[in-house]
Design a protein around this ligand. Structure first.
Ligand SMILES: [Cu+2]
Length: 197
């Protein structure tokens, strides 16, 4: 009997997720209310607006107790390490952020997602010593493929550090985890808006 009821329950649950996602996009923050369901969100990465980098891939976030688990599969990168951050903005479009009259690729994504007013740091740092969006580096192999996964204990789905509606960004170079305000990680080569699934 309960198996027969399941499809209906899933359909209702899917509708709830869709409407919640719309709310979150309008309010700019996560909304509580999904109870114990483990939610997930994804960002589909591609060249940021104003660039043609050949980078593409997917970053997936799954809600876990006390944080999120993130996994990624990204192609088209130069071999080596690449800065990996959640940025504040809700768009990957080009925008003139330094006021020089020339739009920067992915400039609309803004700076690192930093709802707690912290300095830039390593993902292993305490919340007051890293941006919520500081996810360190990912490493691409000789074919330009970066695949992996890890937990993060600062980012969340709800509240001030809620990641929904912000942008996932991959950079051309390595994040040195110390330079302010963004780790000297180079240009923006892959970007996607983080969307609740
Ligand atoms: Cu970044």
């Amino acid at each position: 009997m309960s198996k027969l009821l399941l499809p209906g329950r899933l359909a209702v649950s899917a509708l709830a997720v869709v409407s919640l996602s719309a709310c979150g996009a309008l309010s700019g923050g996560g909304d509580p209310g999904l109870g114990d369901q483990a939610r997930s969100a994804t960002a589909q990465l591609s060249s940021p607006g104003g660039a043609s980098t050949g980078v593409s891939g997917t970053v997936r976030f799954t809600e876990i107790e006390g944080g999120v688990y993130l996994s990624y599969e990204i192609t088209g990168l130069d071999p080596g390490e690449h800065g990996f951050h959640v940025h504040e903005g809700a768009s990957c479009a080009a925008a003139d952020t330094d006021g020089d009259g020339t739009p920067e690729a992915g400039g609309a994504a803004g700076g690192h997602f930093d709802p707690l007013g912290s300095p830039h740091g390593a993902p292993s740092a305490e919340p007051d010593a890293r941006h919520a969006g500081d996810l360190g580096n990912i490493t691409a192999d000789a074919d330009g493929l970066a695949v992996g996964g890890r937990e993060d204990r600062v980012l969340t789905f709800d509240g001030a550090t809620g990641l929904i509606g912000h942008t996932m960004m991959v950079h051309s170079g390595r994040d040195d985890l110390t330079s302010q305000p963004s780790g000297d990680a180079g240009s923006r080569v892959g970007c996607g808006v983080i969307t609740l699934q």
